[in-house]
Design a protein. Structure first.
Lengths: 235, 88
């Protein structure tokens, strides 16, 4: 190993810092990379200078900048958790959400400009809904961010369609009683789906924030249940 | 063809000339029931750039797997041009 390193060092193709062979890329990548690095450094300096000038003049505070940055953050499944918690607490909101999710959520400030139609599927005592996209990986990205890794995996796509009960049992340790109808939605076209799971027992008196903390990403896809109240309270 | 209503029996065509390919193989040629009527979905730019007509959620019974349970249903979103009436 040492010999290899030494001979590479002699040949001038060894990067001491990274302990890697230093390759000259012939396709212009090296040039483009250093060009981009130069631009980035320049922009960072410019941004710093601008921020200093703006804060010194009292036109903006650093807190305000952080706040604005946070507002541009990508969506996460916690959006869905909050919506579910609100629906558990407010029957009128829940019925509007189930009837016309897009309009209802736009009122809450979700733009959903790239979501053609959004449907919220309510789980009941007798129906459990599960979402998949067998043709690609349609998912309400704009509302919930990226799906979990297995959502895009062929094994999930195939097995949830051919034997959903078995798949939920084996992949997700979720037992569906025989008297519950399983509705597997294959999101093949313009509609994006989110599941509204059932409210767990013994959560009376919990506020929206506490309820939202029970809602998992898996429960919004329908392959899991929300956490039990005791688990969160003991945290 | 056209104007399907909830609970109507429909058969998915096995093939359909045109740009709309978004029907999974496992339902092509199969009988299903209209479960939900969506009409033409506006802002459809994600999958296609032209109007594909009214969209339906169609419910299919248990899949072909021998061990599948009767309480298992698959619901697929299919445009009208892929569906034919199968009432009789």
């Amino acid at each position: 190993m040492v010999l290899v390193e030494e001979s590479r060092q002699e040949a001038g193709v060894y990067d001491k810092e990274a302990k890697l062979e230093h390759r000259e890329l012939s396709d212009g990548t090296t040039d483009r990379t250093s060009e981009l690095e130069e631009m980035l450094t320049g922009n960072m300096l410019l941004l710093q200078a601008l921020l200093i000038a703006l804060t010194k003049k009292g036109l903006v505070t650093l807190e305000k900048v952080d706040e604005m940055l946070a507002a541009t953050n990508p969506p996460r499944y916690e959006n869905g958790a909050r919506i579910v918690a609100k629906a558990w607490l407010d029957a009128e909101f829940r019925s509007r959400l189930v009837n016309d999710a897009k309009t209802t959520l736009r009122e809450l400030g979700f733009a959903l400009n790239r979501t053609p139609k959004l449907v919220v599927l309510e789980n009941t005592e007798f129906v459990r809904n599960v979402i998949v996209c067998t043709l690609c990986s349609c998912y309400p990205y704009e509302l919930l961010g990226n799906p979990p890794w297995w959502y895009k995996h062929d094994s999930y796509k195939q097995e949830i369609i051919t034997s959903p009960t078995k798949t939920l049992e084996e992949m997700f340790k979720l037992t569906v009683p025989a008297n519950v109808e399983l509705h597997v939605y294959d999101s093949t076209s313009d509609i994006r789906y989110m599941v509204l799971p059932r409210r767990p027992e013994r959560t009376e008196g919990m506020n929206e924030e506490m309820l939202a903390s029970l809602v998992t990403q898996e429960s919004l896809i329908g392959v899991g249940d929300p956490l039990k109240a005791a688990i969160v309270q003991s945290k | 063809m056209g104007g399907f209503v909830v609970s109507q029996r429909v058969r998915v065509k096995t093939e359909n000339l045109g740009p709309n390919r978004r029907v999974p193989d496992y339902v092509r040629g199969r009988l299903g029931v209209v479960f939900r009527v969506h009409g033409a979905v506006p802002d459809y730019s994600h999958d296609h750039s032209e109007d594909w007509g009214p969209l339906y959620s169609v419910l299919f019974g248990s899949t072909q797997a021998p061990d599948s349970h009767s309480n298992e249903k698959v619901i697929v979103d299919i445009h009208e041009s892929w569906l034919a009436d199968a009432t009789t």
